[in-house]
Design a protein around this ligand. Structure first.
Ligand code: NAD
Length: 972
């Protein structure tokens, strides 16, 4: 872009700047304290993060002492440089006088009022009338973003309806004001409401969102209220767009021009989305409004993408977003017969570009409007209104408490290094710099160090193409079910007479495969072949072995959708969980290959002396795996042994042997000799026990229950006749994992994290949360929200992409979990029990027991199902004592916003993996080394802390897949 239009933009920009009074106080100075706080926070990045965290937690703190304590903890973190007045207030002591605590609350309330119009629609009306006098139009929005249950979603729906009702009735009485109440085509509605679809349904899925939103749209159409669909995180973008187009095609709504949608210029896909929307709008007939914004979730999008290894969907350089904004604005204006243009921006450069393009296209001022956020960019607003432009304020309505995340987002935006307002009004950047053409501004490189190992990204099922691939894979795999699955001994397929039928837990009459059942004689044959294989494999160079394992990763990646589909059928994992399991298997292969190369040889030479340290493989490794991570765990334990030069005999769990057979074939295809990777499915107590006891076995890598693990540990300690070496046992077992919710924890984050931890994959993860420890003071609040959230979970067939909870693995597990539920009824109060679909599937209703004593059986024994015991603790000391009062030590969680308490949890909680402010499941290879101690296993303890990103960016981290890793399975 350049030439005449650029000159026009520059001229327009200078004209606007000429009218702006930049000497007046900051653009957000409606409240002095807000401006001051922002000035301070801009002086030191660390201070900004801690200050905004403090602001975020403040409304949930109940006592003056608590406030003082948190202020002290946040603002005395290393690297925080306090401005003098604040230093004075804090005085280096944690006993800030109560007056200061009250003042802090007041200050935050005042700040919130800078950006939040009113607490209720009725309270908003007089303020909106005042704004109209300026004249300034409005769009009203209901605050609050994280909806964790259907009850909360219904409450939002009710509040939106109330807003529509109140505004519709009031607006009917308002005399029209030409500058804001009409455009080139005629009158436009004075009442304008912005709706977030994530607030209307807790388990967002297209069909359900439609049910929730339709009554709102119909009521709006009846009362003449304009409705705009807001855009939030990119995960919801496609869904929002689809929903918008589908709903507006309804015969009752098709003719109305009173609907709009926001598009975010920072998303790389938006230009394509716009073209799709445009062609649809052209066919529909009545125009729609597009509110073009830059996007307010940049930190969230980039951090989430980095954490999941997904491509970043937003432009990483601000100038790229600005350039896309101008291109999109042009396309909108060129098509203004179908698209009513609303430009949401505070940047003078972007505003000037919109105006210049409109003028070049011969459009008058009333063909488009500008939109800005309530409480921000006041001088720019004044200038535009005075120049006759239609301007609309985006006005949030709601309580300060629910508005905190909104407030923090606005503060982050206002103080961002790249924000226009900061540059223009705080740093006093010169006009030329502020008006630079974004196309020519060079993107600054960000300085993230490349991590040493990159996890395989999970599949993003919000992308249609991925959903289609999974649907296709499910259909394809289903046609091949029910085949006979042989043992793989050496290069031969061995079909045994006796077989074990592996069934679909959702429909037990559907056979996934008739799996051959190995006998002791088969095991002996396998040992003989493994010995032959070992002779050669041990001499195969490390690089070659590592290449084979790398190749296995590549093949798993090639087949990932089919493998995931097979898991859906055989183990009843839902899409996300199955996909995550395959991704984890890929990670294990790449990770161990990389590690083996790293540790293969170690030199410590001194003059005259050469010292070389290298690893010698031990011999036959027996890999005994559980069914709950059917490919990942078996693959991880095998890959570690293989890459180190040991032949493996894979003995999978009976319930997931068809998946295991596929994995063995992948190993062979990757070039691992068939006698080095043999497949020996069968009964654990029969062939499994024989493999463990055999004198031929050098290594046992076991993951499974404590009961079996202890037997194996003991059996491996007995010396068999003819045994030539000590057996090495890797033994990872069960857990009884606890999470503690501190009194200041952010429940919007806590509830989804608990739901995910306790109920994903039906609670059948070794890391699953089964004991929730609540403090006396927050017990009822948390429990109530949790129950509503769990009530909203969808229980059903895992093939259905919307399913969160499927059946448990088999009839035995079904009976066991139901038995524990009966025990629970005698040990605690049944606080909630969901429903389970009728039919033969092994469904267990999600169940929550409250008032459970710490020593109750359901609080001590591993249930391995969707059952959660809630335990009440007097205080934090009591909570830690309860958490540590089991024989297990696998995972633990702690939710808190007190840095001192977090520190305490990190050191005191007894668990291999301690998670702070995030779910306790979902460990990633390399990033979260996994393994338990005490009676959970011999694994190394890893500690995981959230990165130091502004906490608000981590909100809404839910519904993602799970991975885990046996940390102890490094080359043996
Ligand atoms: P399980 O102990 O019943 O079976 C595990 C494996 O052991 C299966 O392959 C089984 O056939 C075999 N086996 C059974 N009896 C045997 C015997 N006497 N000798 C040799 N092998 C025998 O466990 P599961 O039901 O498959 O898996 C669920 C359990 O696994 C849970 O307790 C869970 O916590 C645990 N688990 C732990 C981790 C971890 O990393 N700590 C990971 C996943 C699962």
């Amino acid at each position: 872009m350049g030439g005449p239009i650029e000159a026009r933009i520059q001229a327009k920009g200078r004209e606007i700047f000429g009218q702006l009074d930049r000497d007046k106080p900051t653009p957000f100075s409606r409240a002095w304290v807000t401006g001051r706080l922002m000035d301070w926070s801009m002086s030191n990045e660390r201070l900004k993060v801690e200050l905004f965290r403090f602001i975020d937690v403040l409304p949930s703190l109940t006592s003056a002492q608590d406030i003082a304590q948190h202020a002290h903890e946040y603002l005395t973190q290393p690297g925080v440089e306090l401005p003098a007045p604040m230093r004075l207030v804090l005085g280096g002591s944690r006993h800030v006088p109560w007056l200061t605590a009250a003042a802090a609350r007041q200050a935050v309330r005042q700040m919130a009022q800078t950006f939040i119009l009113a607490e209720t629609p009725a309270e908003a009306v007089p303020k909106l009338c005042e704004m109209r006098e300026l004249p300034l139009a409005f769009t009203a929005d209901i605050l609050g973003e994280t909806v964790v249950s259907e009850v909360e979603a219904q409450e939002y729906c009710r509040r939106y309806l109330e807003l529509i009702e109140v505004l519709g009735t009031e607006a009917a009485k308002w005399p029209p004001i030409p500058q804001i109440d009409s455009d080139g085509r005629g009158p436009i509605p004075a009442a304008n409401v912005s709706v977030k679809i994530s607030a209307l349904y807790s388990q967002i899925a297209p069909a359900d969102s439609e049910r929730a939103i339709t009554p709102l749209l119909k009521r709006a159409a009846e009362t003449g209220v304009f409705i705009n669909f807001d855009m939030e995180s990119s995960q919801l973008k496609d869904l929002t767009l689809e929903l918008f187009m589908r709903l507006l095609d309804h015969p009752e709504l098709k003719r109305s021009a009173n609907f709009g949608i926001a598009l975010q210029a920072y998303l790389r896909e938006t230009e394509e989305d716009f073209e799709r929307l445009l062609s649809w709008a052209g066919e529909r007939g009545a125009p729609i409004t597009v509110r073009l914004i830059k996007g307010a979730y940049w930190d969230y999008e980039t951090i989430m993408a980095a954490q999941r290894g997904w491509p970043v969907r937003v432009f990483e350089a601000k100038s790229e977003t600005d350039a896309a904004y101008e291109r999109l604005a042009r396309r909108m204006l060129e098509n203004e017969t179908h698209i009513r243009c609303a430009f949401g921006t505070h940047s003078v450069r972007s505003i000037a570009a919109c105006i210049a393009h409109a003028e070049e296209l011969g459009l008058s001022q009333n063909h488009y409007e500008f939109q800005m956020l309530y409480g921000m960019a006041e001088p720019i607003k004044r200038t535009l209104i005075e120049s006759g432009y239609r301007l609309r304020d985006y006005c949030p309505i709601g309580e300060t408490l629910t508005g905190m995340s909104y407030l923090v987002r606005r503060l982050l935006e206002n103080t961002s290094n790249e924000g226009f307002l900061r540059a223009a009004f705080v740093e006093g950047a010169d006009t030329e710099q502020l008006l630079r053409n974004p196309e020519t501004v060079r993107a600054e490189q960000d300085g993230h160090a490349t991590p040493p190992f990159e996890n395989e990204p999970h599949t993003d099922f919000s992308i249609k193409a991925n959903r289609e691939r999974m649907t296709g894979a499910l259909a394809k795999v289903r046609t091949n079910l029910g085949q006979r699955v042989p043992l793989l001994i050496g290069g031969s397929e061995v079909f045994t007479e006796a077989e074990i039928a592996s069934v679909n837990p959702t429909r037990p009459d559907e056979i996934i495969g008739h799996v051959s059942r190995a006998t002791k004689a088969d095991a002996e044959a396998a040992f003989a072949r493994a010995r032959d294989g070992f002779a050669k494999w041990r001499r195969t160079p490390v690089e070659e072995r590592a290449r084979c394992v790398d190749k296995a990763a590549e093949l798993l990646r090639r087949d990932r959708f089919e493998l995931a589909a097979l898991e859906v059928f055989e183990t009843a994992k839902n899409w996300v969980e199955s996909d995550a399991d395959v991704a984890e298997a890929i990670d294990f292969c790449t990770f161990y290959a990389q590690e083996m190369r790293r540790i293969a040889e170690y030199h410590y030479n001194v003059p005259g002396e050469t010292n070389v340290n290298h690893y010698v493989p031990r011999g036959v490794a027996v890999i005994i795996a559980p069914w709950n991570f059917p490919i990942a765990i078996l693959c991880g334990m095998s890959a570690a042994a293989l890459v180190a030069g040991n032949p493996v005999i894979l003995k999978p769990a009976e319930q997931s042997s068809v998946c295991a057979a596929r994995l063995t074939r992948v190993f062979h295809e990757a070039g691992i000799p068939p006698e080095v990777a043999q497949f020996l499915p069968g009964a654990g107590e029969e062939v499994g026990a024989h493999l463990v006891e055999s004198a031929q076995t050098a290594i046992i890598a076991f993951t499974g229950s404590r009961e079996v693990g202890l037997k194996i540990y003991e059996a491996a300690g007995r010396t068999a006749a003819g045994q030539m070496q000590l057996k090495k046992v890797i033994c990872e077992m069960g857990g009884k994992n606890a999470a503690i919710v501190d009194s200041d924890a952010d429940l919007d984050e806590v509830v989804p994290a608990i739901v995910q931890s306790a109920f994903s994959y039906q609670g059948q993860k070794c890391s699953a949360l089964s004991r929730l420890i609540l403090l006396d003071e927050n017990h009822d609040r948390v429990l109530q929200r949790l129950i509503e959230a769990v009530r909203s979970l969808r229980v059903g067939a895992p093939e259905d992409p919307g399913t969160m909870i499927g059946p448990v693995i088999d009839a035995e597990a079904h009976e066991r979990v139901l038995r524990y539920i009966e025990i629970g009824k005698t040990e605690g109060r049944l606080a909630f029990q969901g429903s389970a679909p009728a039919g033969a599937g092994y469904f267990v209703p999600p169940t929550i027991f409250a008032d459970v004593k710490p020593d109750a059986r359901i609080a001590q024994e591993e249930i391995f199902g969707p059952v959660l015991a809630v335990i009440r603790a007097r205080d934090l000391d009591d909570a830690f004592a309860i958490a540590n009062s089991t024989q297990y030590a696998l995972t633990a969680g702690f939710f808190s916003r007190s840095p001192a308490h977090i520190e305490r949890a990190a050191t005191e909680l007894e668990a291999g993996n301690v998670y702070i402010n995030r779910p306790v499941t979902g460990a990633l290879v390399a990033r979260h080394p996994f393994g338990g101690y005490k009676m959970s296993g011999g694994g190394t303890a890893g500690r995981h802390r959230e990165p130091d990103a502004p906490r608000v960016c981590r909100r809404d981290e839910r519904g993602r897949g799970q991975r885990r890793r046996v940390s102890n399975a490094c080359p043996v």
